[in-house]
Ligand binder design. Structure first.
Ligand SMILES: [Zn+2]
Length: 459
């Protein structure tokens, strides 16, 4: 954490605490992860819990790998978990139920097998072109809310993860020739003398923990204030590194100034084979190889977008499967904010016009018009981009037209401050905007986001 945010470590109530030791080994056509984690979970609900649920994301079809938990203990006592939700949810029975404020320590031994070259979903979890991309490679605590554990599985499009803030300590052992990149900060490394190196990472209050690696990465570094930015790309693509660095610096400066400061000491920008353009993880963003091209206009957009997710998703979390608009619409709108402050008003208005014409072009040529506030599964592939991203950005622009730039930014600053490290729901966003503007915004939210937001907010 940056010095001005260290106090948050003591103020955020009961973060999930992860300690893991994982060894990554190439074996023939596979990359194998073997390891164990010890997780301290505190019941933050008002209910008595008799189970704790972890998500095994590598088993999702969009991840396309195989994950097994081979041994499980709760407070030192072996337990037999059951798998649900297509092997993506590990349900652990607790020998003793835990009441509100009580904790359990869970130990899990696990492995993950990744087939080299296989590109499922957006190739977000893969080993392709000598790049290992492995977000959420460990059992991730699920979220307990509304009387139950979250066990949704989204479609292959969109982001899969919904998680609460944790503190991570990780010892990751890899072949010595690999460069390893992870959320958080590297505090030590040990050469094991057998062709492997163990890297020791710790994180601040982070939503999850991602890992990328390659035996062919080159690195370029820069700073914004006291934040270190590390750019990693394939050595052949190093001519794109200074663009990536400059875009990331500009983005952090704009968002620090207009939304509120980034709390972590580091941000990594990594080139990977993803087919999604880019993807966000806490403290780490990835940019697709085919976008990583100097002079390619989409390169700047992707970096500005993924860096914006460090505010909307990483800092203020949300259920990305049920309410993707909370982070994606706001992040797409932030591309406009970025363009405004980096390239000026005219370019920004043209940029917003692009969003508007994509949206209106779609509905004007026979496509149905949908609200932006539905789950990922309610849209088809095309609609997901048109409504959640484009129409979603136009919605925040309409709010700005209604309230003015100053009020809009003040509302977003308040929203960030109040929900930083936490999870926001649609009604939370609505309430902050109403509180800051002193206006009743039910109608505009109902019109764009959907009537369900208002029903929930008033029940
Ligand atoms: Zn996004």
């Amino acid at each position: 954490m940056r010095p001005s945010f260290v106090a948050d470590l003591y103020e955020y109530p009961d973060p999930n605490r992860y300690y893991m030791e994982v060894t990554i080994t190439p074996v023939d056509t596979l990359i194998m992860f073997t390891g164990a984690e010890r997780v301290l979970y505190t019941n933050k609900s008002g209910d008595v819990l008799d189970t704790v649920v972890f998500r095994l994301y590598p088993n999702e079809t969009a991840f396309g790998a195989r994950m097994e938990v081979t041994h499980a203990e709760v407070n030192g006592q072996p337990v037999t978990p059951r798998l649900e939700a297509g092997r993506t949810a590990l349900v652990l029975p607790l020998p003793e139920p835990i009441g509100p404020g009580e904790s359990v320590e869970v130990t899990l031994e696990f492995y993950v097998a990744i087939e080299k070259g296989l590109q499922s979903g957006y190739a977000q979890f893969s080993y392709v072109h000598h790049i290992l991309a492995t977000p959420d490679f460990y059992p991730v605590l699920s979220v307990y809310e509304d009387g139950g554990w979250w066990m949704d599985v989204g479609p292959d499009r969109g982001d899969a993860v919904y998680s609460e803030t944790g503190l991570y300590e990780a010892l990751i052992t890899v072949p010595a020739e690999w460069t390893l990149v992870a959320s958080g900060e590297e505090i030590a490394s040990t050469d094991n003398g057998d062709g492997t190196i163990t890297y020791h990472y710790v994180s601040g209050l982070m939503r999850d923990f991602a890992l990328m690696a390659s035996d062919n990465f080159s690195r370029m570094t820069g700073t914004v204030e006291d934040i270190e930015i590390n750019v990693y790309c394939l050595s052949d693509d190093f001519d794109g590194a200074d663009d990536a660095l400059r875009f990331a610096q500009d983005a952090i400066e704009v968002y620090n100034t207009h939304y509120g400061p980034y709390p972590f000491t580091e941000l990594d920008v990594v080139e990977t084979p993803t087919r999604a353009g880019g993807i966000e993880y806490p403290g780490l963003i990835v940019v697709a190889e085919d976008v990583w091209v100097p002079g390619e206009p989409f390169f700047e957009v992707v970096v500005a977008h993924e860096v914006a997710h460090q505010w909307w998703y990483s800092q203020v979390g949300n259920d990305q499967v049920r309410y993707p608009w909370i982070d994606e619409a706001l992040t797409s709108f932030t591309e406009y904010i970025y363009t405004y402050y980096v390239h000026g008003e005219e370019r920004a208005e043209e940029y917003m016009e692009g969003f508007r014409s994509t949206y209106l072009g779609y509905t004007g040529s026979g496509g149905r018009d949908l609200p932006i506030g539905m789950p990922v599964s309610a849209y088809d592939d095309r609609e997901y981009g048109v409504f959640v991203y484009r129409k979603g950005a136009v919605f925040f622009y309409a709010l700005e037209q209604e309230l003015g730039r100053d009020t809009l930014l003040e509302a977003l600053q308040t929203y960030l401050e109040r929900y930083r490290y936490r999870v926001a729901r649609p009604e939370d966003l609505l309430h902050v905007f109403e509180e800051v503007s002193g206006r009743d915004l039910d109608e505009i939210f109902a019109e764009w986001v959907g009537a369900n937001v208002i029903e929930v907010s008033e029940s």
